[in-house]
Write a protein that binds this ligand. Sequence first.
Ligand code: TA6
Length: 315
Amino acid sequence: MAGERPPPLELCKAVNDLDKIVLREPRGCSAEVYLFGGQVLSWKNNRREELLFVSSKTAFKPPQAIRGGIPICFPQFSSSGNLEQHGFARNKFWTVDTNPPPLPTSSSVKSFVDLILKPTQDDLKNWPHSYEFRLRVALALGGDLLLTSRIRNTNSDGKPFSFTIAFHTYVSLSDISEVRVEGLETWDYLDNLKEGQRFTEQGDALTFESEIDRVYVGTPTKIAIIDHEKKRTLVMRKDGLPDAVVWNPWNKKAKSIPDFGVDDYKHTLCVGAANVEKPITLKPGEEWTGRLELSLVASSYCSGQLDPQKVLRGL
Ligand code: TA6
């Protein structure tokens, strides 16, 4: 795409009149980004299958966060600070960034949008730091989804700030009990169901039969989510985001979550590229960049065509 003018933005109205931008690529894949939350809420392959989960009970009523897609937890993951759960970025209206600083974009990118979040005077009372959070959401030929984040400290008082961050991706699944996650074997995790205690994952791929709420720390850059039934594997690549959140409330906890359908837990898993364990600190003028790339590999593990270990080792 370098040097090419991006196609005009397809800005349209969505649920409850919320603004969304639709990204398309020539083979029929698409993605939708809502200005509310700067949140990707749809990603479809060329067979128009939805790859992200959105709760059937989410209200689409700002400032309440939308449950589904890729919510951005910033500047605080979970309740690890004195801000609201998962910070405020997912509860804010982002705007289209019409003049972003240059960002090299691979030639395979067919459409993209730049969004920006900056604090209002009111926001500064809640979190007394000036920042610019730039988010480029891009769709490549063939449907790969790329999220590039740039966070700059624009404080004029010389003060640094620290933050944690997560792209809390809700993957759409056939059946959670049929899914494997590869790439986190033998890695350490902080277990949120056990007061954040640290454990080491066993040697085998993750499978799911009960509630899970963990942060895997310092993980490899590639994680594969294998859905046997849908014969597809979602490969997550991440840069500048050393950790990975894995969450499913299962049946009991799901009942206590108002905007989550009772059976929704069967059809989703949150696997979030994150920086949680060691907060990022930026001095004024400094900028942090993080990249998340989601791509789909057509056939699943069991068909033998795809061996996630080969994918994870980039073979
Ligand atoms: O990422 C895991 C987690 O922090 C869980 O503890 C659970 O609370 C989940 O996020 C969802 O959080 P939310 O605020 O969206 O209900």
